[in-house]
Design a protein. Structure first.
Length: 576
């Protein structure tokens, strides 16, 4: 005959909803927070092409947040309506959500967080040199699956690893549920039944046990191993996008979750708290912080950036009418700008950012002056701080390419400049080949694709290659096409075409639309983008650095004078 305690638990009648003050609060808070979160998500999606959001790849982040929020909603309604379900059904839902749904959301979320380190690392190439170093690669079409995996873009690789990990987690979760008789007393491994005792004790045992450990294990790995590593690696990264702060805040806000969940689950003293604040709520508290830092914080950054953008636009419009005065300012400062010693020290820009220039520093004229005379500091700032190094690199490369475009061009020169233009296209524009494609309008992208895409596919092949090494040697798919290149390397490795541009030449068909103005519209668009996004932050930082330096010098002078006065006073007192 079955144990009466088991019969009582498994046949426990359903209870009515509990809409006391606590239950009402949970429902109201859940509805309000969900509404605000959806508003924030919609705002981010509408503004997803904003540079602050585009570099983050918010698709993966928002997917993770929505995954976690579904589980968060489930936790908030547990108190008011949890007991309206059969006991086993309620615990089955909690078990599978925490065993499958929650780990999937956490893995996706932390994977999106690692993109910060990936982007910061890859952007360094724009600060070190105008040309990235040669890097070993492989032809994904002809080599091993591991090499093909390495050639995939970063988000795809991350999703593949998450998928493999989730397959293991699903098998573990389902297998342990099938083996555990306390969730289904008719089958399972002997010895896994619920122990005897009161119904309250048996309810506690349903939420405990070894079947919950894999979830706790993955949580500990994410929060106490991977998150601290990310915090350590990001310690020297100081971006202007708030991305480092967001990443570190998310890592720190999750540290408490697993320890407090375990304490609340296994420590009897937490029973009074658990009555109103379930053990899993400690985990969902971290989800709330995730949503603050990954949805609402970027919304604020976008609004703040719009203010800076408006300031730059207003300043540019204001000083367009006084362009002659702006030109004279540039001319008067040219000697300072070209000072070799100051440029070597990175102080050339500081030299002309005086208070007397005011808003004129935010104009297109000031930006063009920097791009023409000394783009180095701006290039480093955009790569290391703004994560938009591709924009400045594109502008300087296009300017150099246009400056070398012959006036009277013959067939050989045409193919030479087309080859170098093809390098610019694959490095900065092509969605298939560029690691960080510049942000241009779809119409302009289509126009450039009509000119370069056929040639790019002949050289690069149809398969997407490693963005850092998009052009192959004689083993690449393009080298099998007769007459595509006049010369190719003899190595089996992949190379960047810009390293070979001096000794190879594209000899295929050149579009009739190709001329020296082929990049003009893209160049104007990116220059405008830099003016309203990177440039205001760059100017503001230089001005703040200058004011800080002046304040420090003033403080040092004051301290020196104070020290001298004290010495004189001490000397007089000693004499007297």
């Amino acid at each position: 005959m079955a144990d009466p305690a088991h019969i009582s638990l498994y046949s426990l009648p359903k209870s009515p909803p509990n809409f006391d003050k606590v239950g009402t609060f949970y429902v109201a808070f859940c509805a309000t927070w969900t509404f605000l979160l959806l508003v924030g998500v919609v705002f981010l999606l509408v503004n997803r092409k904003d540079p602050i959001l585009k570099v983050r790849g918010i698709g993966l982040t928002l997917t993770a947040v929505l995954f976690l929020h579904v589980y968060w909603v489930l936790a908030q309604i547990t108190y008011p309506i949890g007991l309206t379900m059969p006991v086993l059904t309620a615990f089955d839902v909690q078990y599978f959500f925490m065993g499958i749904w929650f780990p999937l959301g956490m893995a996706t979320f932390h994977a999106s967080n690692t993109r910060f380190l990936y982007v910061a690392q890859r952007q360094k190439k724009y600060a070190k040199s105008p040309y990235a170093r040669r890097k070993k690669g492989c032809n994904g079409a002809d080599t091993s699956w591991l090499c093909r995996l390495r050639n995939l873009d970063y988000p795809t690789r991350i999703l593949i690893w998450i998928g493999l990990g989730m397959i293991v987690q699903v098998l573990l979760t389902v297998g342990m549920w099938l083996a555990n008789k306390k969730y289904h007393p008719t089958f399972g491994i002997a010895g896994t039944e619920l122990p005897g005792g009161t119904i309250d004790n048996q309810l506690l045992e349903l939420g405990r046990g070894w079947e919950w450990w894999p979830t706790a294990f993955w949580q500990l790995i994410w929060t106490w191993i991977i998150a601290p590593i990310m915090i350590w690696k990001s310690r020297k990264i100081h971006d202007t996008l708030g991305w480092r702060f967001q990443t570190i805040a998310c890592c720190i806000s999750n540290l408490h979750a697993t320890p407090l969940w375990l304490i609340a689950t296994y420590v009897p003293a937490f029973a009074p708290v658990n009555k109103y604040f379930a053990p899993s709520e400690w985990i969902h508290l971290s989800v709330t912080f995730f949503e603050i830092f990954t949805v609402f914080f970027p919304c604020w950054l976008v609004v703040r950036q719009r203010v800076l953008r408006r300031k730059a636009q207003d300043a540019n419009a204001k000083w367009d009418a006084t362009s002659q005065r702006t030109a004279s300012v540039r001319a008067s400062s040219s000697n300072q700008w070209r000072s070799t010693s100051m440029i070597e020290k990175g102080l050339a820009i500081d030299a002309i950012l005086g208070k007397e220039l005011g808003d004129r520093l935010f104009t297109m004229g000031a930006l063009e002056h920097v791009l023409n005379e000394n783009p180095g500091p701006l290039q480093q700032f955009s790569a290391l701080r703004d994560f938009s190094g591709e924009n400045i690199a594109f502008l300087t490369r296009v300017a150099s390419w246009k400056a070398s475009f012959p006036t009277d061009i013959n067939e050989d020169q045409l193919r030479d400049v087309f080859t170098r233009a093809l390098v610019i296209y694959t490095d900065f524009i092509s969605p298939r080949d560029a690691e960080f494609p510049i942000n241009i309008a779809s119409g302009e992208l289509k126009s450039l694709e009509n000119i370069f895409e056929k040639a790019a596919r002949i050289v690069c092949g149809e398969a997407r290659t490693d963005p850092a090494t998009p052009f192959g040697s004689n083993k690449s798919p393009g080298s099998d096409r007769s007459g595509s290149l006049t010369e190719a390397g003899s190595s089996d490795d992949y190379f960047e075409l810009r390293e070979l541009a001096a000794r190879i030449q594209y000899v295929g068909e050149v579009s009739d639309a190709f001329d020296s103005s082929v990049f003009d519209r893209a160049q104007a668009h990116i220059k405008s983008l830099v003016l309203t996004n990177t440039w205001p932050k760059f100017v503001t930082e230089i001005q703040q650095r200058r004011r800080s330096s002046e304040t420090e010098r003033s403080d040092n002078t004051g301290r020196s004078q104070s020290t001298l006065a004290s010495r004189v006073s001490h000397m007089i007192r000693s004499v007297l």
